[in-house]
Write a protein that binds this ligand. Structure first.
Ligand code: ADP
Length: 365
């Protein structure tokens, strides 16, 4: 670039000299000295710009001397050349600063663009993964549903045969054989309840209904009617605040509240289990809580108990398969909410879940 600048300056200097000769110094051509200086500074660097400025000032100076149109006072002519050189250098410094700023901005824009491209790529990738996950989840649910459904009928047949064996041949068998038969039968019953649990879990998505305004007061009334036997047997006291209307699959919300209340009664060693249901509104979301005076839980189990077939207590201590809270979580998640527990061993538990409130549309009259 410097070489091109030198050639251009020599050409401009020659033209300047010729124009000075022809027009006897009346026509100025000197502005064009700036052109090669600007070009070299822009396309090369500041150092080359300063070098070419010095060369430009020299060419201008020499061209003036050769053409003979110089100031009568030679000292003034040198002074003018020094001023020109200063002007060139200031121009070079300003231009190179501008260039640096522009380069930094271009770099920043480039970086921003590539970050945006990366983000776009990541988003597409994430969407693809989410779709794959959704598909594989649906496949898994379908698989669990079909497997559980198909496993039930051979199990019922096995149970039937074991029962028949006990009835028809029990008398002719010794105690050990009878004990083995009843153990086998007990396990068939246990397996059937596990399969039933699995089916109820798989049905949440597969058989879920669409959401509609659901009055929670009616939900609680249905639950109390379903559990009236247990409530009476355990002498349980159930109270609730004023409840709201939510957008939900009513049957599933009944199942959810029933699971929580049933657990509160079951996991209570007091004479009279006390359960209180309340609701708080929080930015369009309703936070429900089911509080009890039961046996409570250690914090280390807070997450675990929402997993499939996860239980804290010994199988024989309290009945159940460990699916109730997994079903509850799936129901809440299907409704776009969250479920969690706060508790302390021996001091009762509070199960919370969130769900969207039903807000009736407003019509202008
Ligand atoms: P299940 O009731 O069949 O055991 P759940 O999934 O409903 O299964 O509950 C999982 C575990 O969480 C229970 O085994 C119990 O240890 C614990 N749990 C649930 N509800 C309560 C409660 N209200 N108080 C204390 N522990 C509870």
């Amino acid at each position: 670039m410097i070489f091109i600048g030198v050639i251009l300056l020599l050409a401009i200097g020659s033209l300047d000299f010729l124009i000075d000769l022809i027009t006897t110094g009346q026509l100025s051509f000197s502005i064009f000295y700036l052109l090669p200086i600007l070009l070299v500074t822009w396309y090369s660097d500041r150092k080359s710009g300063i070098e070419i400025s010095m060369f430009g000032a020299l060419v201008w100076h020499v061209s003036g001397i050769i053409s003979g149109y110089i100031h009568s006072d030679h000292l003034l002519y040198y002074w003018n050349t020094a001023v020109r050189l200063g002007f060139f250098m200031i121009t070079v410094i300003i231009l190179s600063k501008l260039k640096e700023t522009l380069e930094a901005r271009t770099k920043f824009i480039f970086l921003l663009q590539s970050t945006l491209d990366d983000l776009k790529r990541t988003r597409v990738e994430l969407e693809k993964r989410a779709q794959e996950l959704e598909r594989s989840n649906a496949d898994l649910e379908q698989f669990a549903f079909v497997a559980a459904h198909d496993l039930r009928s051979p199990l019922i047949t096995i149970g039937g045969y074991i029962n028949r064996l006990r009835r028809e041949y029990g008398g002719s068998l010794d105690d050990k054989a009878n004990e083995m038969i009843s153990l086998a039968f007990k396990n068939v019953i246990w397996m059937e309840s596990l399969i039933k649990s699995l089916l109820s879990y798989a049905r949440i998505e597969a058989k879920g209904k669409k959401f509609e305004p659901t009055d929670m007061k009616e939900v609680v009334e249905s639950v109390l009617a379903n559990l009236q036997g247990t409530i009476k047997d355990r002498n349980a006291k159930i109270t609730c605040d004023d409840l709201v209307t939510v957008m939900a699959d009513k049957a599933q919300i009944i199942q959810l509240i029933q699971n929580l209340i049933e657990n509160s009664i079951k996991f209570c060693d007091k004479e009279c289990p006390e359960i209180h249901l309340s609701v708080k509104r929080d930015e369009g979301e309703c936070v429900f809580s089911v509080n009890d005076n039961g046996i409570g839980l250690d914090a280390e189990h807070f997450d675990k108990i929402f997993g499939i077939f996860k239980r804290v207590n010994e199988k024989s201590e309290y009945s159940g398969t460990g699916i109730g809270l997994a079903v509850s979580r799936k129901i809440v998640e299907r409704h776009g909410g969250r479920i969690w527990v706060e508790s302390e061993k021996g001091k009762g538990s509070t199960f919370f879940f969130t769900i969207s409130e039903f807000v009736p549309a407003k019509f202008d009259t």
